[in-house]
Ligand binder design. Structure first.
Ligand code: GRF
Length: 201
């Protein structure tokens, strides 16, 4: 099963996933990076890792539909079976999500359903939570909402800073995401309504 990672930024999760696939922990190749930002550092990481880069910028298309049509063409051409969102800063339309139903994963830097949106770490920190964490979930048509695959908590230290919390979250993401992708690739995830269970074999 070929994997496409969608990312718009730094790409530390992209790198962790690629490393896990190269080591054989994830038994599927990362075939494609889809990126919508020409300045994203993830592009360099993909090139260095010999992953095909498809830079597809929304501004070059007259509508979201046309933009997504171009992405879909790429996914079909590259025979992609799993889409992994890793800091992709665009919301995919319900039609796109429906087309790849239960084949799109996302990672979010909080314990969902708390602190949805792009500032999850900062908002949790400013709220004063004692525990936050990371969630990997299937993508549905609502933001940061689909069935949860894995979650892992982090306790905040007494002297925690936003910076140190961000670091802890990212370190956790880099192991949690590969674990969830591995389960998907091995066909071990069962979805029943909102509940995801892991088959033993
Ligand atoms: C991660 O914190 C992820 O949870 C969020 O976007 C960030 C991407 O970071 N969805 P990176 O580009 O993988 O370093």
């Amino acid at each position: 099963m070929n994997i496409a990672v969608f990312a718009s930024g730094k790409g530390s999760n992209f790198q962790a996933i690629l490393n896990a696939a190269k080591k054989g922990f994830i038994k599927a190749p990362v075939r494609v990076l889809v990126c919508d930002n020409p300045h994203a550092a993830v592009i360099r990481k993909a090139k260095r890792g010999k992953v095909a880069v498809f830079l597809i910028e929304r501004k070059h298309f007259s509508s979201q539909k046309e933009f997504e049509r171009r992405i879909i063409e790429t996914l079909i051409q590259e025979k992609i079976g799993l889409i992994v969102l890793a800091g992709f800063m665009r919301i995919l339309s319900p039609a796109f999500v429906a087309r790849f139903k239960n084949r799109i994963l996302n990672i979010h830097p909080s314990l969902l359903p708390s602190f949805k949106g792009t500032a999850g770490i900062k908002e949790a920190f400013e709220y004063g939570v004692k525990i936050t964490g990371v969630t990997v979930h299937f993508v549905d048509e609502k933001l940061d909402h689909g069935p949860i695959i894995l979650q892992s908590p982090i306790s905040l230290a007494g002297n925690e800073s936003l910076f140190s919390l961000e670091r802890k979250i990212h370190i956790l993401e880099h192991t949690l995401y590969p674990r969830a992708i591995k389960l998907f690739v091995e066909g071990k995830l069962r979805i029943k309504g909102r509940r995801v269970t892991v088959a033993r074999r």
